[in-house]
Design a protein around this ligand. Structure first.
Ligand code: UGA
Length: 447
């Protein structure tokens, strides 16, 4: 099939490359010339394992192209929209500026019978608005949310957990109310063809109305954020009762209804999705007059932010009551490992707060230093782990990279620092091994 992908960030670049890997022809469109130049040369503009191989294979096959010119999308019959929907600068809701601009430009190139398939995360109701806007052009809108995780984006795109496709449904009073219209059925068939290899491999394919498809995405992220904040709330209770939240999570996780994943207590969630998605969801619910249904997500957000402060207070305690003029080695800048993304990174927030208290902070990270420098130029960075640890009064681990979890021996680290104190902001170190090497170990929600 001939496919266009509008927006070549994490989502779009991976989607375009993945589409060619399963036999389609894809053109990726983005307004950012630098990004298009890199992608056209087979280089990923961000750290995403496996993406460059996929790009290079796609470019070599001649079925993958990138362009800044929307007119190059005119040959495609299916147009995926994968632009960002960040948090509004002056509010909690989603900023739909990129989406509006992409659709406006697409209107100039689409043909009757084309499909416009939204993948961006949007406030519920957006798909129906777009459908009204595109209907006069004979174009059907489909909502097909993505669930990819950074660091696993290639796998999540090629073999997703589920494919959700929101299509136009009948709105009449008759018995067919809620069932896909003829256009909706046709659109679902086209999407079945697009995702044929995954469907053949057993991936569930769910056809819904627009609102359900839009909600699946934000509900999934709200659930994940709630799960993380739930265990972090338990960490707060563990801290005053002497319990160990990691053992608690292990025990809870054995209940199949709960499961161990996303029960990692620590400095909480960040990134370009979970924080802004839960805020936008609350903002949308308020617009719809049902803010009370999601008021718990404000608490989820508040618990999450409190954990950053907890890591800071542990570092202060480790330094004997003040970090002023003390050397702090911060291990991690990315919002999670296997990513160079520092958007809303809890790691950098902790580093900045420590610096705000007068600490001499040095941050290191295996992948995210360049990005961190751009967003947090006030911090000092060091690429070499040993140099970061040199003469440190306290070590603060804020991103659970393997380089720190497994790669850093407590004995070796002890030979570099000036005081053996470590704050494990992700509960990712072997506490017993660090204690055995003479370290004061401070975990999150652990004795
Ligand atoms: C998240 C979702 O997991 C994806 O399904 C979704 O498609 C994506 O957002 C999106 O909306 O685009 P991602 O932002 O890549 O993916 O990151 P996650 O792996 O979900 O991690 C989010 C944050 O939660 C990270 O800061 C991570 O450190 C934190 N986290 C995760 C914890 O603090 N504890 C855990 O147990 C798990």
């Amino acid at each position: 099939m001939r496919i266009s992908v509008i927006g070549c960030g994490y989502l779009g670049a991976v989607h375009a490359a993945a589409m060619t890997s399963i036999g389609h022809e894809a053109i990726g469109i983005d307004v950012d010339e630098g990004r298009i130049r890199l992608l056209s040369g087979g280089e990923a503009p961000f750290f995403e394992p496996g993406l460059e191989d996929l790009l290079q294979a796609g470019l070599a096959s001649g079925r993958l192209r990138f362009s800044t010119d929307m007119r190059d999308a005119a040959d495609a019959a299916v147009h995926f929209i994968a632009v960002g929907t960040p948090q509004q600068r002056d509010g909690q809701g989603a900023d739909l500026e990129h989406l509006d601009r992409a659709v406006e430009q697409l209107c100039g190139v689409v043909k009757p019978g084309d499909l416009v398939v939204g993948k961006s995360t949007v406030p519920v109701g957006t798909a129906a608005d777009l459908a009204d806007r595109l209907a006069p052009l004979g174009v059907t809108v489909v909502w097909n949310p993505e669930f990819l995780r950074e660091g696993w984006a290639v796998k999540d795109t090629v073999s997703p957990d589920r494919i959700v496709v929101g299509v136009p449904v009948s709105s009449g009073e008759e018995i067919s109310r809620g069932a896909p219209t003829a256009d909706g059925l046709r659109a679902a068939d086209v999407l079945r063809e697009v995702y044929a290899p995954a469907i053949e491999g057993g991936t569930p394919f769910l056809v819904t109305d627009y609102a359900t498809a839009e909600l699946v995405k934000v509900a999934a992220n709200a659930f994940l954020a709630t799960k993380v904040s739930f265990i972090n709330a338990m960490a707060e209770i563990a801290e005053i009762t002497g319990a160990d939240v990691t053992r608690l999570a292990d025990a809870l996780g054995h209940d199949e209804r709960i499961g161990r994943r996303f029960l990692g207590a620590g400095i909480g969630f960040g990134g370009g999705c979970l924080p802004k998605d839960i805020r936008a969801f609350v903002a949308r619910a308020e617009e719809l007059g049902r803010g009370s249904a999601l008021s718990f997500l404000r608490e989820v957000d508040a618990i999450n932010l409190r954990r950053r402060e907890r890591a800071v207070s542990l570092a202060v305690r480790a330094c004997g009551g003040s970090v002023y003029e003390r050397r702090v080695a911060v291990l991690g800048a990315a919002f999670k490992p296997h990513s160079d993304d520092v958007r809303d990174s809890p790691a950098l927030d902790v580093a900045s707060r420590l610096r705000g208290l007068g600490a001499r902070v040095t941050v290191t990270d295996p992948a995210a230093i360049d990005n961190a420098r751009r967003t947090h130029p006030q911090l000092d960075y060091e690429t070499d782990l040993d140099s970061t640890l040199n003469d440190a009064d306290v070590v603060v681990v804020v991103t659970e990279w393997d380089e720190y979890r497994r790669g850093l021996s407590p004995e070796h680290a002890a030979s570099l620092v000036s005081a053996r104190a470590v704050v494990d902001g992700r509960n990712c170190l072997d506490a017993a091994a660090w204690r055995a090497a003479g370290w004061k170990y401070y975990g999150m929600g652990r004795p």
